[in-house]
Write a protein that binds this ligand. Sequence first.
Ligand code: ADP
Ligand code: GN1
Ligand code: MG
Length: 349
Amino acid sequence: MDYMIEFEDLLIDFIPHNEVTSIQPYGKGHINVTFLVTTKEKRYILQQINTKVFPDVDKLMENIVNVTDFLIKKGVTTLEVIRTSDGRAFTEINSQYFRMYAFIENSVTYQVSESVEVFEESGFAFGSFQKHLADFNASSLHEIIPDFHNTPKRFNDFLKSCNADRYGRLKSCIEEADFILQRRNSLSRLTDSIREGRIPLRVTHNDTKLNNILIDSDTGKTKAIIDLDTVMPGSLLYDFGDSIRFGASTAEEDEPDTAKVHFDINLYNAYKNGFIRAMGDAVTPAETDLMPYSAYLMTIECGMRFLTDYLSGDTYFKTKYPQHNLVRCRTQLKLVSEIEKIFDLRTIG
Ligand code: ADP
Ligand code: GN1
Ligand code: MG
């Protein structure tokens, strides 16, 4: 496809004075369609926003602009939203919505923790992110995906997809579905703790996987936390657990050979150290107690979401082949079974 021709009008809208030399698909995100735009002057990220996931683009971009403006005022490096010629943070062409960010140069993203140092650094980065946003006015944020980490609700969606079995795929994932069903009574400790006021609501990132951080290629330190689409009020434990489920694994999220997938307690401890180093005593004892459980919960929740999408015909996460979501689900469930062996989850929370 010739992206230069396809995107000509919208590039004129965002960067009228640049001479574009190439446009390439970029990154490994599961939600938006991302391109690297190279111009003679500088590089940019162009994203087609996934409007199935984010139907209200106005509100989505309002959140991002507010959060990034707030961070910039504090001197924190963050996404730089490029404006259109009439000052908007996104543009629409043929009912497709696009935004642009300045490309954050000299940085790398990891699909797996290549060292404990990298993962500890990411813990420090996400802990710092929470701290920076501690005085952000949470009520000004739109809840862009309601119930995003409401695991009991995610379980109900999963049950519905099993019952409907619209694509006749349930027979190919009975074992995985059973694994989740057996754990149905262990899914509400975070939502209960928030409701009962035992842990606080904070402004959280909610999608803290390692490839949503840009690490400086020279220093190994964090350049920026990216993918701010899901910044919403939530629990610190959503961010903690979600990072662990991705980065404390010895293999990539879609490794087909589950024998290679292990939960690595050294990586877990490294992340926790980094996170606590950044947050200090802002983390409450109740939150600290629930950290192992949050690793369990965010991992089974993600496994459940992959399986729900597999059963529903792969309409949410981008997939490369028909079993892709099932393969992803299997890595998450393998991690869950190891997390259960390492931590005594019955006594937590
Ligand atoms: P998705 O919502 O689909 O996950 P992301 O916003 O996370 O999309 O972007 C996908 C990938 O593109 C990231 O993992 C990262 O590698 C790269 N990326 C995104 N924004 C930038 C940026 N401003 N500078 C450099 N790389 C970026
Ligand atoms: C999606 O957008 P991306 O690829 O960073 C998803 C997360 C999942 C993750 C699983 C908005 O993250 O919730 O944990 O895939 N984002 C959204 O890899 O649903
Ligand atoms: Mg992402």
